[in-house]
Design a protein around this ligand. Structure first.
Ligand code: F6P
Ligand code: MG
Length: 439
C-alpha cells in the first residue's frame, strides 16, 4: 500500500519552502506595494481623490499581509466577494479541522503550496476591496519588461518558425519529429524565465535557445519525448489530428515559446486545435493572464521585425477563427493538487478528457501534479499523480522546488553530491509523460 509522504512546508527550517516564505515572498510583496505606489499619479488622473484613497488602502492591506506572513500569524478567511472566496474559505476550514486548532494553519506551519497560493489570492483581495483599482495587475510592469528584454530571442524563434512554415506541407514524419523535438525543448527551457523564483528580479532570455539545445540536453533528467511523440502520432493516425491543451505558466519569453510550439502543432497537422489555459488573476508574479495572452499576440503583430509581425498576425487569426482558444478556469488559481480536480472541478476535468495531449508547463504545475509532497525521487510519476490522468499528459518543467519523482536509483544522490542545489536552481529539467491508456 502506498504511504503518501508529508507536504513540503516551511516548517522544515532551512528548506527551500522555508527560504521562500522567509525571504522571497516578502520581497515580492514589497515589489507589489512599490508598483501600486508608482501608479499613484495615474490612479489620481483616472479616479481623482478616490484613486489616491484606493492606492493608500491597498498598500495598507498588503503591508498588513506582509506583517502577518513575517510573524507567522494564522491564515485568515477571505473577506472579498470574488466568486472563488467561498471555496478558499471552505478549504481553510477543512485545514483547521484537520489540525484541530484554529491558529495552527499559519504561514510557516502549513503546506507550502497552500500558503504560497494564498498569498497571491490575498493580493487580489487587497485590490478587489478597493474598486477603482481592482483590476490593477501589480506584476504587469515586470512581465512586460521581461518580454521586451527577450526580444532578440523572440526574433530568432519567429525567424525559425517562418522558415519552417514555408516547407512544412508534406514534410515526412521523421522530419516533423525533429522539429517537434526542438520546439518542445525550446518551450521546456523557456520555463527558466519566471519571475517568482527570482522574486521579481529581471530573469529574461537574451539569446535564442535553439542554438544551445545540444549543450542543454544533459540537464534533462527524465526525457519521455518519444512517448509524447507516439501519443500525438497514434492519435493523428487513428482519428485525425486532435486537440492539444497547453496549461500555460509564465508570460514573457516562455509564452512566446508556447505560442511558437502551438503554431507548429497546427501548421504541421499534428493538432487540429490548441486550447491554452491561463490564470484568472495575477499569479506567481509572471503567470499568464488573459490580458498577457492578448497583449503578447498584439505586441508580436506590431513588432518592427518582419517574421515576428508575421507570426503575430498568424496567431491573431488562429484566435479569431477559433483554432486557438484561451480559457481561465478558477481551479488553476486555487491551492488544490491536481488529483483533486476530478472531484473539485469536474467540468474542467471532463474538458481536459477531450484532449489528445495535455502539456503542463512549469514548476508550479509540477508541484500540483505531484501534490507538492516530499516524495522519494525514485517513486514513479504515475504514482505521484495519485490517479490524476484526464488524458495523455506531459510536464515540461525546469526544477525550482524540492519535489522530483521518476528518477533512476542513485540519480538523485549523484546530483546532490555534485550540485547541491539541483532541485531549485532552474538548471535542470524534465519532460515527463503519463498516459491513462497505459494504466
Ligand atoms: O516561489 C518559488 C516557486 O513557487 C517555485 O516553485 C518556482 O520556482 C516558482 O515559484 C514558480 O515557477 P514556475 O513559474 O515555473 O511555475
Ligand atoms: Mg510561473
Amino acid at each position: 500500500l502506498l504511504t503518501v509522504p508529508p507536504a513540503l512546508s516551511a516548517r522544515v527550517v532551512g528548506s527551500f519552502a522555508y527560504l521562500t516564505i522567509r525571504d522571497r515572498l516578502p520581497t515580492i510583496l514589497t515589489k507589489a506595494v512599490d508598483s501600486i505606489h508608482r501608479h499613484k499619479d495615474k490612479f489620481f488622473e483616472q479616479h481623482g481623490e478616490e484613486g489616491i484613497r484606493a492606492e493608500k488602502a491597498a498598500i495598507a492591506l498588503l503591508s498588513k499581509l506582509r506583517n502577518e506572513l513575517q510573524t507567522d500569524k494564522p491564515v485568515l478567511a477571505l473577506s472579498d466577494e470574488l466568486e472563488d472566496a467561498d471555496a478558499w474559505n471552505r478549504y481553510l476550514q477543512r485545514h483547521q479541522n484537520l489540525q484541530g486548532d484554529q491558529d495552527s494553519v499559519s504561514w510557516f506551519k502549513s503546506p507550502w503550496l497552500y500558503v504560497e497560493c494564498y498569498m497571491y489570492r490575498r493580493i487580489q483581495e487587497a485590490l478587489w476591496l478597493n474598486p477603482p483599482i481592482s483590476d490593477f495587475d501589480v506584476f504587469n510592469e515586470a512581465k512586460t519588461q521581461s518580454y521586451f528584454e527577450s526580444q532578440r530571442a523572440v526574433m530568432a524563434l519567429c525567424t525559425y518558425l517562418e522558415g519552417l512554415r514555408k516547407s512544412i506541407e508534406g514534410l515526412p514524419d521523421n522530419q516533423l519529429l525533429d522539429h517537434f523535438g526542438k520546439l518542445l525543448q525550446v518551450s521546456l527551457w523557456g520555463n527558466k524565465c519566471d519571475l517568482s523564483i527570482s522574486a521579481g528580479q529581471e530573469n529574461s532570455q537574451k539569446v535564442s535557445p535553439l542554438d544551445s539545445l545540444d549543450d542543454l540536453r544533459p540537464y534533462i533528467l527524465v526525457d519521455d519525448f518519444s512517448s509524447v511523440w507516439s501519443a500525438l502520432i497514434l492519435g493523428r493516425n487513428q482519428s485525425g489530428p486532435g486537440r492539444v491543451d497547453i496549461v500555460l505558466d509564465n508570460a514573457g519569453f516562455e509564452l512566446t515559446t508556447d505560442l511558437v510550439l502551438a503554431d507548429f502543432l497546427v501548421s504541421s497537422g499534428l493538432a487540429r486545435t490548441v486550447r491554452f489555459h491561463g490564470k484568472s488573476m495575477p499569479w506567481f508574479v509572471s503567470d499568464v493572464t488573459a490580458r498577457d495572452f492578448q497583449w503578447t499576440i498584439r505586441q508580436t503583430m506590431a513588432a518592427n521585425h518582419m517574421w515576428m509581425s508575421k507570426s503575430g498576425v498568424q496567431w491573431q487569426s488562429y484566435v479569431q477563427e477559433g483554432t486557438w482558444t484561451y480559457h481561465d478556469h478558477p481551479f488553476w488559481t486555487q491551492p488544490h493538487q491536481f488529483c483533486d480536480m476530478a472531484s473539485d472541478a469536474a467540468d474542467l476535468y471532463a474538458d481536459l478528457q477531450g484532449a489528445a495531449l495535455v502539456l503542463f508547463k512549469g514548476d508550479l504545475n509540477y508541484r500540483k501534479l505531484t501534490g507538492d509532497l516530499d516524495w522519494e525521487p525514485t517513486v514513479g510519476f504515475d504514482v505521484a499523480l495519485q490517479g490524476f490522468g484526464p488524458a495523455p499528459l506531459c510536464s515540461l518543467r525546469t526544477l525550482k522546488a524540492n519535489v522530483q519523482v521518476g528518477l533512476q536509483p542513485g540519480q538523485a544522490e549523484k546530483l546532490s553530491a555534485h550540485h547541491p542545489d539541483w532541485m531549485t536552481s532552474g538548471k535542470y529539467a524534465v519532460v515527463q509523460f503519463h498516459s491513462p491508456h497505459s494504466d
